[in-house]
Design a binder for this molecule. Sequence first.
Ligand code: PMV
Length: 340
Amino acid sequence: MNRHECIASIIPSHSSHQDHAQAYAPTNIALIKYWGKRNKILNLPTNSSLSLSINPLGCQTTIQLQHHVKMHSWQHNQQVIAPDTHRFQRLSQFLDDIKPNKDIYYSIITESNVPMAAGIASSACGFAALVRALDKLHGWQLSLSQMSILSRMASGSACRSLWPGFVQWHCGAAENGLDSHGERLAIDWPELQMGLFLIDSQSKKIGSTEAMTITQQTSPLYKNWPQQAHLDLEQLKAALEQKDFWAFGEVLEKNACLMHQCMEKSTPPIRYTTPATQMLRHAIGSLRDQGIPIFFSQDAGPNLKCFFLQESLSDIKTVFPELIHINPHQERHFPLKPLT
Ligand code: PMV
């Protein structure tokens, strides 16, 4: 099944049109990482992953049909995105793939408080909100799993942004990817908090798709990754069920470090870790050695996210006043509150 057949098997053949529609999706941070694709066209992963949605950080998308113009338009945080940019073309390609009729063009307005391309999954919430908005606009009434599959085809990690809380992206085994989507876990952990160290909010130098390909093709460590990620995911789920924070933190930090080690052993080596990242990793480890439970995670960028329990917040803020504390369970506010 190719991409078009796959999309066509999900979207109902009769679409209606509202005048406009609006939807929100939170960003998500992977606790067990997705790294590597078994099918690049359908964005199918080599391993299952597990994330926590960050409710107050995300993207609100408003979508309208264009009546007089024969191309899509996109305005992000009140700025027009030029059609010759990579990000516009990526969005436009996805809209062309998914639209129910070839003569339809959309006007997209997005508002987001997630810095773009800084390794904090700005595309994940963007594409998840877009799919939700399209579903409303056309009255498709898709299930969350179906929307997750469509979002996955735009950006892998987007398939986890359809739900709040802990979400597992099942790797799936089917060639058409219809079993590769997110699922919310029935676990709440309101005491679990997150922090963000914004070391660098510039665009990443090498995108995750390219970095995954290089890692898969050249890193000698990668052959163990899918199996290890699977074991890590099972351990993390067990820790979540028991609300065992130390076990939870140890496995999520170990999994992120392994992903970065795999990349660093690639040819050419891929390094998202800067000296500032490295220093912070050590500082977090030292704080832990003093008995304060705090663990970090790192995605395709130099910034670190950390996880801790509410009771440790004031101790952690004393040591790291620059830490941006985010309560992942907090309701979102409109207009979206900026990060800093
Ligand atoms: O969904 P992508 O193509 O942006 O890849 C995401 C990769 C990581 O953020 C590093 C890991 C993850 O599971 O989100």
